[in-house]
Design a protein around this ligand. Structure first.
Ligand code: EPZ
Length: 422
């Protein structure tokens, strides 16, 4: 397995291009199953998760061509050969469950493996299933699979999510576009990835209102046609790289960055002593002056502070002046980066969903272990300003969500290299 070696190397300066959003692309790709006409995505990120979704769609008989070095995905599901998403692909990536709604809506049947949990939590899919049942789906769970049927097609229904769920909102939204009648989804997720999906579906002929708010209203249509759609900028990659100059010093422009994608995150950066300036080409980030100040963080559904930036923010706060309290409200086990940061000298007390971080002057490089996607990159961020070398092992987690991380950080002066594993 590969590892990444990063050495504290002083301030960073230059530009980092931000790619298309992994979590938007992973829901836009299954949308191709809703139409027998081609759907083409541009600004697609080059990530292993995208390759996994490609294999899944191809296993159903969809055509997926990766063009222009992976930045364009030309897809067509004109002649599907299967409606079954097999366990051996689904277990690699939970987002595979997002083929359930589209298959059910278009074909009236789907067999999808239950994704199982992952490092950060149990991550059930009960809300995906309840929302589809509200549209008339008949579901049978056995042998680790969901056997879904909608004889005569899905019917418009109303469903209020008991908690905000990004994936369940996406599955229900896609399914509702072809349901007979009107569907109302209440307490729906408001993430930019949902807005991006709604905009793409509308280009395909869907009738959707309310994206970005907590209530989505969808008027089902007979069929959807093809479209071409650019994947929205990745707000989590953006936030991640905004923290690089905040941690290491210097000034970096994040090309393609948009302030509306990271509002709550920027408020916390401002309070911590990091300046964010909008430019015609993106966002420029620099530490204001002196040491980073401690701030308290609580993760919430959008537009609150994103759970996917919690680990990275913790890396910044490890060397802040004062004590910060981070509350992880979305997932039950998302502090696995804490023990690894403590190997680097961080002072962190974790109790349940709360982590108290007491800032130290400087971290010391050490060999550390990546446990999940966002934890991996928080260790790299910490290594940028640590004294000496930090070796982050098991970086296959990293490649799921960050394209060419060592290239992007080297380009602004970081001392970072990938060590090919056995
Ligand atoms: C999406 O996961 C993202 N993944 C996650 O990003 C992100 O952390 C999460 O949304 C929250 O923003 C993709 O978009 C591919 P949820 P998702 O359903 O949809 C519980 C990353 O690092 N829940 O909003 O799976 C769930 O356990 C990944 O890129 C149920 O109880 O998240 C969690 O506690 C990590 N039942 C909470 O809701 C359900 O049926 C929010 O989960 C579904 C979810």
């Amino acid at each position: 397995m590969d590892s990444i070696l990063v050495t504290g190397n002083g301030a960073l300066n230059g530009q980092i291009p931000i790619a298309g959003a992994k979590n938007a692309c992973l829901t836009l790709m299954p949308a191709t199953l809703l139409s027998d006409e081609p759907l083409t995505l541009t600004n697609a990120p080059r990530l292993s998760d995208i390759k996994t979704m490609t294999l899944l769609l191809q296993s159903l008989g969809a055509e997926v061509s990766s063009l222009q070095d992976g930045k364009v995905l030309a897809m067509s599901s004109h002649d599907l050969t299967s409606h079954k998403a097999e366990y051996d692909i689904v277990r690699k990536m939970r987002a595979s469950i997002l083929v359930l709604g589209p298959l059910l809506a278009r074909y009236g049947e789907a067999i999808v493996s239950l994704p199982g949990g992952c490092a950060i939590g149990a991550r059930p899919v009960d809300l995906h299933l309840k929302a589809l049942e509200a549209m008339g789906a008949e579901l049978d769970l056995r042998e680790g699979y969901v056997f879904a049927k909608a004889p005569g097609g899905l019917k418009g229904g109303t469903y209020e999510f008991p908690i905000v769920s990004v994936g369940a909102t996406e599955n229900a939204l896609m399914a509702a576009t072809l349901a007979k009648g009107t569907t109302v989804l209440k307490n729906a997720a408001r993430e930019p990835e949902i807005v991006d999906l709604a905009q793409c579906l509308r280009k395909m002929g869907a009738q959707i209102e309310g994206e970005g708010t907590s209530t989505l209203t969808i008027q089902g249509v007979e069929r959807l046609h093809g479209a071409t759609h650019p994947v929205v900028t990745d707000r989590i990659e953006l936030g991640t790289y905004m923290l690089a100059p905040a941690i290491a010093g210097g000034e970096v422009e994040l090309l393609g960055g948009r302030i509306d994608l990271v509002g709550a995150f920027c408020e916390k950066l401002d309070a911590a002593g990091v300046s964010v300036t909008e430019t015609p080409t993106g966002l420029v980030v620099a530490r204001k002056n002196g040491r980073i100040r401690a701030v308290d963080v609580m993760t919430e559904p959008f537009p609150g502070f994103p759970t996917d930036l919690q680990a990275q923010m913790m890396a910044l706060l490890c060397t802040a002046e004062g004590t910060s309290v981070l509350e992880e409200k979305i997932f039950e086990n998302r502090f696995m980066h804490a023990p690894e940061l403590m190997r680097m000298g961080a002072k962190i007390d974790v109790h349940g969903g709360t982590a108290k971080v007491t800032g130290v002057e400087r971290l010391k490089g050490a060999p550390v272990m990546a446990t999940d996607l966002r934890a991996s990159v928080s260790l790299i961020l910490a290594g940028l300003a640590a004294e000496g070398e930090t070796q982050v092992n098991r970086v296959y987690h990293l490649d799921r969500g960050y394209e060419r991380v060592e290239e992007k950080l080297s380009a602004v002066g970081a001392k970072i290299e990938r060590i090919k594993g056995s």
